[in-house]
Design a protein around this ligand. Structure first.
Ligand code: ADP
Length: 503
């Protein structure tokens, strides 16, 4: 299943970027960490070091927040018109488009995902998000509100609202879609006129650093976007506890999400939006188009190696179709070619790190001990890279860890069901509520089920469909707030009510 051939080398410009000294972007300048420390970035396909980046911590976060504050209050940024802001964001998207191949290679070498996928999905989605948000810059409006105040009889007023940027935003992003998560965060912040300190994931800092160069080339004023590479417990924690940060937007684990909320509460009650874990149910009804449902179920769990917060990791299939579907998904899994992301034939790359590989395999071991059986896969693949075989688990039951906890790898647990009420109850029996899917030809039934599923996204007869205009986020412990769409704009702005007495 592992491709043994070595992957093609990176393009010249990609290699030149990797070989650079990678520093922090603060106040429009690239600079080393105050401590002088650096850390190594590895290619998860072979464990080899591909770059060395600055290890920012509290001192650097303090500097970056001060720069973002200056840029927000007095820089050219607040004086720019919404149209000028929109043009800059659009220009950034154009620059990214000119560098798609390079950005995709950086993403593949750093994260492990197939370059072809990064070039077809991650980078174009990021570009599209920036363009979508560029359009919003000029459409952020308040309202006029007729008021009548009972204790001021006869007085007349003119009341209206302004939607103003929240201010200095700390953004902390994960490693599963590095450039796309950077875009989801930066897009609405820039469209609304906020300034940003972006803390990228320590596993995958490189594409955001390349983006930092493009941000400078586009002409954003100094301090509007500051980029910190470093670790969560130091740089991330310093950002979430910083007294001069107005909002934290976080994507990552539910566990760290709770720490962020606590840090906000213990300091300045900064606003917090969170996009956290999931254990999304994918429900196949007996009348579904079974072959579409099988390939959809495989895509739901194996896309991005299962390293998706919305991965369809619990597969509920009506008992009448159960054997056919699980065997079909297992057959899809065995066709997947594992290999380095840079190899053109690779369908699935390695897990992002040894830690993630161990974590996923730990769940597999526990699952088997608890009585689950792997119809296909079930173990790490024999390689110097961090590969895990795509896995379909059967004979699972509701109390198993593989059913209850987020694995964040290419592992789906299949469960048969007999009736709709039962499957909806089981699907909703989770602390998470990020996404869900239902496969059926009975569209009315599909809509009824969509309404009863406790999830921020419900896909019908499809999976993993994203668009910059569709709000994405979680019910329950999957998060607070939404990303993308107008909802993201609203969460980077705050409302001011202004009242004038006119008579
Ligand atoms: P994962 O376990 O998948 O790596 P995390 O939630 O740990 O997900 O990481 C997501 C992001 O949160 C990363 O940028 C990481 O550095 C950051 N992070 C981790 N721990 C903390 C923390 N205590 N405070 C703030 N950010 C953190």
């Amino acid at each position: 299943m592992i491709l043994t051939t070595t992957a093609p080398v990176a393009r010249r410009e990609t290699q030149a970027f990797l070989d650079q000294q990678h520093q922090l972007l603060i106040d429009g300048q690239w600079m080393p960490a105050a401590s002088g420390k650096t850390f190594e970035v590895t290619n998860p396909a072979d464990g080899k070091t591909i770059a060395e980046v600055a290890e920012g911590d509290k001192a650097d976060v303090d500097k970056a927040v001060a720069a973002a504050r200056r840029a927000f209050e007095t820089g050219p940024w607040p004086a720019m018109t919404a149209s000028e802001r929109g043009k800059l964001i659009w220009k950034l998207a154009d620059l990214m488009e000119q560098h798609i191949e390079e950005l995709a290679e950086i993403e593949s070498l750093d994260n492990g995902k197939p370059k072809a996928v990064a070039a077809a999905a991650d980078v174009p989605l990021a570009i599209d998000l920036f363009r979508y948000m560029a359009g919003w810059s000029t459409k952020i409006e308040g309202t006029t509100i007729p008021i009548s105040v009972p204790y001021l009889e006869g007085a007349e007023f003119h009341s209206y609202t302004l939607r103003e940027p929240v201010g200095v935003v700390g953004q902390i992003i994960p490693w599963n879609f590095p450039i796309l998560m950077a875009a989801w965060k930066l897009g609405p912040a820039l469209a609304t006129g906020c300034t940003v300190v972006l803390k990228v994931a320590e596993e995958t800092p490189l594409s955001a650093l390349r983006l930092g160069h493009l941000i400078q080339e586009a002409g954003f004023p100094p301090g509007v976007v500051n980029i910190i590479t470093g670790f969560g417990e130091t740089a991330g924690a310093a950002l979430s506890a910083h007294p001069d940060v107005d909002k934290i937007a976080f994507t990552g684990s539910t566990e760290v999400g709770k720490l962020i909320v606590k840090a906000a509460g213990d300091t300045n009650l900064k606003k917090v939006t969170l996009e956290l874990g999931g254990k999304s149910p994918n429900i196949i009804l007996p009348d579904a188009d079974i072959s579409a449902a099988i390939s959809g179920a495989a895509n739901a769990i194996f896309f991005n190696h299962g390293q998706c917060c919305c991965a369809g990791s619990r597969l509920f299939v009506h008992r009448s179709q159960y054997d056919q579907v699980v065997e079909g998904v297992a057959a899809e899994a065995s066709k997947i070619k594992l290999g380095p992301g840079m190899h053109p034939d690779t369908n699935m790359g390695p897990m992002v790190s040894r830690i993630q590989q161990d974590r996923v395999c730990g769940y597999l071991d526990i699952g088997m001990q608890e009585g689950a059986k792997a119809l296909v896969g079930g173990k790490r693949a024999d390689s110097s890279g961090y590969f895990v075989e795509p896995t379909v688990l059967v004979d699972t039951h509701a109390e198993m860890k593989v059913i209850r906890e987020e694995i964040f790898g290419p592992v789906v647990a299949a469960v048969p069901f007999d009736d709709i009420d039962e499957v909806i109850a089981t699907a909703n029996d989770t602390i998470y509520g990020l996404a869900a899917a239902v496969w059926t030809k009975d569209i009315s039934q599909g809509h009824r089920i969509a309404k009863r599923l406790k999830a921020g996204t419900v896909w019908m007869n499809c999976y993993n469909v994203f668009d910059a205009s569709l709000p994405f986020g979680g019910y329950k412990q999957s998060g607070w707030g939404r990303e993308m769409g107008y909802e993201a704009i609203s969460l980077y702005t705050q409302t001011k009510a202004v009242t004038l007495q006119i008579g």
